[in-house]
Design a protein around this ligand. Structure first.
Ligand code: MG
Ligand code: MG
Length: 255
């Protein structure tokens, strides 16, 4: 069931979203060559504590996972697409990091992700990341009253496929509110004009993921969480929490 949020609730979600943006900004600023993923997780955790917020990721235990998620940050490096578990791995020159983060504040959740390179970027990684960001922008632009979920999915998928990239099957965006994951699902590929009509007060996380090699396949790493591309190519991920309003889409996870 889709819960429509009041304008007051959307304003409250904006505050949770701001904490998410602050944490991701801190992670990006700290993520240099030689910095470990666990250190980045600690930096993100400090932002949560400072804001009086809590983590919807820490201890999250969906049916597909063998153990609860052990961190507040998902840190996915190179061929890891999403759900990367922070480890003692130290970032190397040229790595591509996708950082996904959530916060609970005042009873509301925010969820956002960024991808960026560390040290000297490879041109192909810059293009990959820019495509994920363009797909996110296209999805947000389609998140307007009168459209349907399929219009968002189609907008995202078109950008990713035109660039020649793969789209991981069965993973995409979601409704968000008091819980991090609510109805409806927001696929990263689909047919325009299909699916649930978009209404004022729907809040969704839009999150395109792209695979450089062009295939859609992925598998879980031995930790049971980190999803890696089947072809070993790199992946990028971009995400915002967005409120659909009569005045147009409102991004809740910007700074
Ligand atoms: Mg996320
Ligand atoms: Mg999400």
């Amino acid at each position: 069931m889709v819960e429509l949020k009041t304008n007051e609730s959307i304003d409250a979600m904006r505050e949770a979203g701001r904490v998410v943006a602050q944490a991701l900004t801190a992670v990006r600023e700290a993520a240099g060559v030689g910095v470990s993923l666990l250190e980045l997780d600690e930096i993100a955790h400090a932002v949560l504590r400072e804001a009086g917020a809590s983590s919807p990721f820490l201890g999250y235990h969906p049916h597909f996972a063998p153990v609860p998620f052990p961190a507040v940050l998902c840190a996915s490096v190179n061929d890891a697409i999403v759900h990367g578990v922070p480890t003692s791995y130290r970032l190397r020159d040229g790595d591509l990091l996708s950082a996904d983060f959530g916060a609970h504040l005042g009873g509301w959740a925010g969820d956002s992700a960024i991808s960026f390179t560390v040290g000297t970027p490879r041109p192909e990684d810059v293009r990959l990341i820019e495509t994920a960001e363009r797909a996110l922008e296209a999805g947000i632009s389609a998140a307007v009253v009168g459209n349907r979920i399929g219009d968002i999915a189609h907008a995202i998928g078109t950008v990713c496929r035109k660039a020649g990239y793969g789209i991981p099957e069965d993973f995409g965006g979601h409704g968000i509110g008091r819980s991090m994951h609510e109805d409806p699902g927001v696929p990263n590929e689909g047919r325009p004009g299909r699916g649930m009509p978009l209404r004022h007060g729907m809040v969704i996380a839009i999150e395109p993921m792209v695979i450089a090699g062009g295939g859609d396949g992925y598998h879980a790493a031995p930790d049971g969480w980190t999803l890696r591309t089947d072809d070993g190519s790199r992946a990028a991920h971009a995400e915002h929490t967005v409120a659909i309003t009569e005045e147009g889409p409102r991004i809740l996870t910007a700074l």
